[in-house]
Design a protein around this ligand. Sequence first.
Ligand SMILES: CN(C)C(=N)NCCC[C@H](N)C(=O)O
Length: 255
Amino acid sequence: MAITRALVRRPSPRLAEGLLTHLERVPVDADLAVRQWQQYVDALTVAGWTTVEVPPADDCPDGVFVEDTMVVYGDLAVIARAGATERRPEAAAAAEAVQAQGYRLAHIDAPGTFDGGDILKVGATVYVGQGGRTNQSGFEQLRAHLEPLGAQVVPVPVRKVLHLKSAVTALPDGTVIGYEPLVDDPSAFPSFRAVPEEAGSHVVLLDDRRLLMAASAPRSAALFSELGYTPVPVDITEFEKLEGCVTCLSVRLRG
Ligand SMILES: CN(C)C(=N)NCCC[C@H](N)C(=O)O
């Protein structure tokens, strides 16, 4: 697998003020969050990735969830127009960072909105979650940008969780995984496997075998081990309190 670089962005001191949609606010330990973020970055580095830091956005509580600022496909980065207006200032520096990595840029115009967390790529299929932060215009503009590059862009409903990737991600063989009570329509995916925990729905593919995932999903980790994968657990409790997961903390650039 040719994944080599990942954009990351260190947490804002205002992380605890991050947006919440489905969870109640609970205290967030900002120092612990920085340590957990560093461990996440270290896990990528140990697995052979080069991490590229997007300049911090200290005034943006949710800036650490850098995945939401874009989707990359081929040599193109489509820069998000965030569904939550508070998050729109996050995109500019992320766009500059990805352009500096050699990507062409495209933008989403008003009234379109999309968040990178609503995009799940499985091979040439790009699933786009609709119902939350990504609207119909955002979906149509994404499709217009990505289909000429060979992508098949498919809408899927997202009503029970914040983003599509809050509900589902995919294993290296293309099987979509999710915690079934929170997946609106498992039949939207040609191959779906249920996992026993919500946090087990989220994996970052470090390579063809290793899966970066939250330490809070041990039973899902055991399932992945049985399937022949190697789970690499990281503690991300402080980000989970803000509806974040392992995917949100980076943008993976496929070399
Ligand atoms: C896949 N996920 C969940 C993400 N890509 N992003 C999480 C953003 C959380 C933030 N508090 C918010 O509400 O925007």
